[in-house]
Design a protein around this ligand. Structure first.
Ligand code: ARG
Length: 564
């Protein structure tokens, strides 16, 4: 559907300017009455040394109209192009119907994208604050794969640090293996909270914690057994949640995996004279880059998160030769990533520019529940389960006859939660409200899923009416149908832009645009009750809308049931 290019080539011939330059200038007017494409001629005024209106008039007179264009109009220094509606209709429907996944491409062939996301912490609850990273990272993986890239999804577990020594101390003093077995992470969190409560009165606990962490580092069997047990408990709990979300990882290599790979990093920093002493600690000064010093070794000798992040980046580059490595992590860690990306650059790694911090804002619950420090975390699993339950209630009330109620409730409930953090640009904070995420008439997953099911139902009602055969393109010339086609036509670009800008919301918005346009068409037009050739055209449009909505939701990690 390369209209832009066809128009740019014709303009190139008429103006003597390079077609590429003209293609880059062509705009999509905000309002269909101003055409499908417009050339802002003021941008040519310098090169052609004429006033924009004169340029528009001349180009218009000299232009050999490409077949896809119905008419061209110079208006106030713009040259507006109106596409031939039948040609447009034919092309859009054919593009969706080719059988290849619509909007997919091969631009990423032979390239690998690493995506570090969700990255939960061992012995900590899997809270709702992990939702954006999990949803955005998963969607980016699906989008990049759709564009032909190979992706590696990585859960960089937070499984290293003195806190695990403290956990062991707490467990050995107050722990009860039955309870931990039974209550899992919750019991571990309680032990950790107790440790901190007692620390004031018993400061020696701090030393004990450090000593036990040292034992983990040295491979002491008792320490390792407990540490691995805490890990297994956490991982089996999160596996259940990932299962519900439909999220999978290729790798669970966390901080502990890289702990023994930090020495070469520190050695290289020293050798390149990047490390400086500062009050017994070792830092890399980043004053030249307007950043505070980056701490690499604390005065007590402990290495840090940042060193493990760099070791992990080196390992990933070596193993995957990634084109890009994305870190889908909250904006609170902006400085952390800026600092160590800069350090990797200073170490002489040109590929530091391929490291991308995909930052996002916070999620809070409408009722204000959030704080992690108080242990008052909203658990991801609770939110998911509640969403599914609520959808079940709605189904029981509104479509009691529906088959597979359970499965549909899962798809809609989970989809609603995922969509809540995928519909706005990443950096925006999300206030999670049940009324909003489950609003079937709002800009939500349930609304998109419902529209998809509506398309499906129209097609079912058509029964065995053949969609192949003579059809009346002109039946789709009406504005409501053209509006649907226009949104469908814009879908591939939305997918490509989403990848380029690491913004799945561009896909989410396009899905909603298609839904809104289709619903308007559906309410204002008879689809089934009209002559065959017209009916065929409208059914093909319905099928194309359905395929686009379905594909878009899929790229967001959301399923679309055929009946709701
Ligand atoms: N576990 C960390 C946290 O919860 C996130 C890790 C992000 N990934 C990374 N490579 N630093 O804050």
């Amino acid at each position: 559907m390369d209209y832009k290019w066809e128009i740019a080539e014709a303009l190139g011939k008429a103006s003597g300017l390079p077609a590429q330059q003209l293609a880059d200038m062509l705009e999509t007017p905000p309002d269909a009455s101003m055409g499908d494409f417009a050339l802002p001629c003021f941008r040519l005024a310098k090169a052609l040394r004429k006033a924009p209106p004169a340029i528009a008039d001349e180009l218009c007179a000299r232009l050999e109209k490409p077949a896809c264009v119905e008419r061209v109009e110079p208006v106030k220094g713009y040259l507006n192009f109106y596409l031939d509606r039948s040609d447009f209709t034919r092309r859009v429907l054919q593009a969706v119907e080719t059988g290849e996944a619509y909007g997919s491409s091969r631009e990423g062939k032979g390239k690998t994208i690493c995506i570090d996301y969700s990255s939960i912490n061992i012995a900590k609850p899997f809270g709702i604050h992990h939702l954006p990273s999990t949803a955005i990272g998963n969607s980016l993986g699906l989008i990049y794969r759709y564009l032909g890239y190979r992706t590696v999804s990585m859960n960089f577990l937070g499984d290293w640090g003195t806190q695990f020594g403290r956990m062991i101390v707490a467990y050995r003093k107050w722990g009860d293996s039955d309870r931990v077995q039974r209550e899992g992470v919750k019991a571990l969190v309680d032990l950790y909270v107790r440790f901190h409560d007692e620390l004031d009165a018993h400061p020696e606990l701090g030393d004990e914690g450090r000593a036990w962490f040292k034992k983990i580092e040295d491979g002491d069997p008792e320490a390792l057994d407990l540490f691995n047990w805490f890990k297994d408990i956490t991982l089996s709990e999160v596996a259940r949640v990932y299962d519900k979300l439909g999220v999978r990882f290729d790798e669970y290599q966390g901080e502990s995996f890289y702990a023994d790979k930090t020495d070469p990093v520190l050695a290289e920093l020293r050798e390149k004279q990047l490390l400086s002493q500062s009050d017994g600690a070792q830092v890399v000064y980043l004053d030249d880059y307007d950043m505070p010093p980056c701490l690499f070794v604390r005065s007590d000798g402990a290495t840090l998160y940042v060193t493990r992040d760099i070791a992990a980046a080196f390992w990933r580059k070596e193993h995957y030769q990634f084109e890009k490595c994305l870190y889908v992590v909250a904006y609170q860690q902006n400085l952390h990533f800026k600092q160590w990306f800069q350090v990797v650059q200073l170490m002489g790694r040109e590929w530091a520019q391929d490291l991308v911090h995909v930052a996002f804002g916070m999620v809070s619950m409408e009722d204000g529940a959030m704080s992690t420090r108080k242990g008052r975390v909203v658990l991801m699993e609770d939110v998911l389960d509640r969403a599914v339950e609520k959808v079940q209630e709605i189904i029981r009330e509104k479509s009691p006859g529906l088959e597979n109620q359970e499965q549909v409730a899962q798809q809609v409930g989970i989809g609603a939660v995922l969509f809540s953090v995928l519909y706005n640009n990443r950096i925006k904070d999300t206030v999670f409200s049940w009324d909003n995420v489950l609003n079937f008439d709002g800009e939500t997953a349930p609304y998109a899923q419902y529209t998809h099911a509506r398309c499906s139902s129209v097609l079912r009602k058509a029964g065995d009416f053949p969609l192949e055969g003579e059809w009346d393109e002109a039946a789709l010339n009406l504005p409501e149908a053209q509006a649907v086609l226009k949104e469908i036509a814009a879908f591939p670009d939305a997918v490509a832009q989403a990848a380029r800008r690491y913004e799945p919301y561009l896909v989410a918005r396009k899905v909603i645009d298609v839904c809104k346009a289709f619903n308007k068409f559906y309410y204002e037009q008879r689809i089934l009750d009209c002559p065959d050739a017209e009916k065929r055209a409208k059914l093909r449009l319905t099928r194309a809308a359905m395929a686009t909505i379905r594909q878009g939701l899929y790229l967001l990690g959301i399923q679309a049931p055929h009946r709701m």
